[in-house]
Design a protein around this ligand. Sequence first.
Ligand code: FES
Length: 168
Amino acid sequence: MIPALLKENLAQRIADAATNREAAVDVMKELQHHYGWLTDEALGEASVLLGLSSLQVEELATFYEMIYRRPVGRHVVHVCDSISCWAVGGDTLLKSLAQLLGIAPGSTTADGMITLLPCSCLGNCGEAPCMMIGEKQYGRLTPEAGAQIMSALRDDPPAGSTKKPPLV
Ligand code: FES
């Protein structure tokens, strides 16, 4: 159950939106931030707050790639696999990151630190090949640059941990 303050905040955002549907992604992102992913409980809360059916919220949630209906790692790495990135090495980048992390695309490292997800165009085609982590975009990536970014993510251990987890 979300805290009363967050609930009030979301209710206000919905009230300020032109339609409840317009606020849906914003609400789902905030609930995802609270729970770590959009759990069934979160989806139900979004449904009540937005005045939409669970099915309507589920449809919206599964449409947006940045909404996660399954548990994800501490960092979610979205690697663009659309045409502009694919044409200049996006596929090589994704494969190199998967190999480095020891996971298949779509999976999470055993330590729960990194989830690797292929995604559609990030709207940054001029900087292809691209990826996005959180709100930050990375462009003109090589496998080497990607490896450096993964190393920096590894240096950001889970709260309460002082141990640097291995990459694989
Ligand atoms: S095709 Fe990759 S950002 Fe557009």
